[in-house]
Design a protein around this ligand. Structure first.
Ligand code: ATP
Ligand code: MG
Length: 402
């Protein structure tokens, strides 16, 4: 992408109405736009990163054998009444609205009820189980604390996965595979080293759930690390207090639901011919919360630091001085080799271009200056290092393909 064609602009100053680091940096770098408190738009750079995170999660869900669907946001009141989750007293984050001809609707904050209702028509025998289904879908929550940028918003994409098993033993096998898939997601998005599988309360569904908590000063949770080597922790809410306490952000969670949402609606005939409820689990990740967490945990005083797999581009190519022909050529070569490149072809000063590159946070910066015309070498620097290397375009491509 040629930066001269990008309509977004970077800003030197932090927006006056933001206090969280992720919102300040992502706004200054042109990744997001705030519509109102707790509601954000994703701009070209922001959408590229969000989509990369989504792709990684999708690959890991598909590897579990789960099938992707897409359910509606508008929800029927009756479905939620039968599990006693319609009343504002039981769920205080509902956004509700009215139909013109009367009757109330809800904007879904999760999907256990509609998904178990939808599946009733497909499940009748133990032979129909187990299976799992997931979606990337907009959730609406009337959150009271919406001050954490894209980490806690009132409208957000959630990856929600649901599993359907015959019994607890079959469920536990799948649950453990999801735990590993989640570890893969956080490793691949660059925060695995900071993320702990954390025992937490199971709510009204089961004794425990597991949260994936990433160490970060902006976190709203406190976790106690119980095994640093195995990246395991316990949430402070469970009372105990063994091990060192750390602030952390919940980037995902996995839940044993048991038969809370299937009994008495989603039943099947077991091998003995007896009708019993399906055993369920649910598993969430917020891709935008994950994106905000990466910014909170990895950025430095100059700007954002994107891990390679989620960066909006792999290379930030910067042309300085009268080098248009050579720089255009390098840009074409990189793109032809499948290396996603943001090409700063703007007519701007070196200092401005470097400051923007640091703020935007693309992993590798490549400068073509007037010296490159003779030497045919490019100046290559990683975002996280001060060391500058000189190499030909062929060497650069070989290096990036490693
Ligand atoms: P929290 O305790 O932080 O409010 P939660 O327990 O409500 O989270 P779930 O309902 O299980 O979270 O949602 C699954 C995942 O969706 C969370 O782990 C998180 O990554 C993401 N998520 C939840 N609420 C929000 C929100 N308001 N904005 C962005 N992402 C969210
Ligand atoms: Mg919540």
């Amino acid at each position: 992408m040629k930066q001269s064609t990008l309509f977004t602009k970077t800003r030197r100053e932090a927006p006056a109405d933001e206090i969280s680091k992720n919102a300040i940096l992502l706004t200054r770098a042109g990744f997001i736009n705030k519509e109102m408190a707790g509601v954000y738009d994703f701009l070209p750079l922001g959408l590229r990163t969000l989509n990369k995170i989504i792709s990684i999660i999708r690959e890991e869900m598909n590897a579990l054998g789960a099938h992707e669907i897409f359910m509606s946001s508008l929800q029927r009141k009756e479905l939620w009444q039968r599990t006693d989750r319609w009343d504002d007293k039981s769920v205080d984050t509902w956004f509700k609205t009215n139909l013109k001809d009367g009757g109330e609707l809800g904007l879904g904050f999760t999907h256990e009820e509609p998904i178990s209702n939808m599946l009733e028509q497909f499940v009748s025998s133990y032979k129909d189980l187990p299976f799992s289904v997931y979606q990337f879908q907009n959730k609406f929550r009337n959150e009271t604390r919406a001050k954490s940028g894209i980490m806690r918003t009132r409208e957000f994409i959630m990856k929600d996965l649901y599993s359907f098993s015959t019994d607890v033993a079959q469920h536990e096998k799948f649950y453990n595979r999801v735990a590993q898939a989640y570890r893969n997601v956080f490793d691949r998005t660059g925060i695995g080293h900071l993320t702990y599988m954390t025992r937490a309360s199971g709510g009204s569904f089961s004794k425990f759930s597991h949260e994936f908590q990433t160490l970060c000063e902006a976190g709203e949770d406190i976790i106690h690390i119980t095994d640093g080597g195995k990246k395991e922790a316990v949430n402070k809410e469970l009372g105990d207090g063994v091990g060192e306490a750390h602030k952390a952000v919940e980037v995902g969670n996995i839940f044993t639901l048991g038969t809370r949402f299937s009994d008495p609606y989603l039943k099947f005939k077991n091998e003995e011919g007896k009708e019993v409820p399906v055993f369920m689990g649910s598993y969430g990740i917020g891709p935008a919360r994950l994106m905000g967490t990466i910014v909170e945990a990895l950025s430095d005083d100059k700007g954002i630091v994107w891990p390679k797999e989620v960066a909006p581009f792999r290379v930030h190519l910067i042309a300085l001085g009268d080098v248009k022909e050579l720089a255009d050529e390098a840009y074409k070569t990189l793109e032809a080799k499948g290396i996603e490149t943001l090409y700063d072809d703007r007519d701007a000063r070196a200092g401005e271009k470097f400051a923007d590159a640091d703020l935007i946070g693309i992993p590798t910066r490549v400068v073509i200056g007037e010296k490159s015309l003779e030497s045919k070498t490019l100046e290559v620097k990683e975002r996280t290092s001060e060391e500058v290397k000189y190499m030909t375009i062929e060497n650069l491509i070989a290096e990036l393909k490693k």
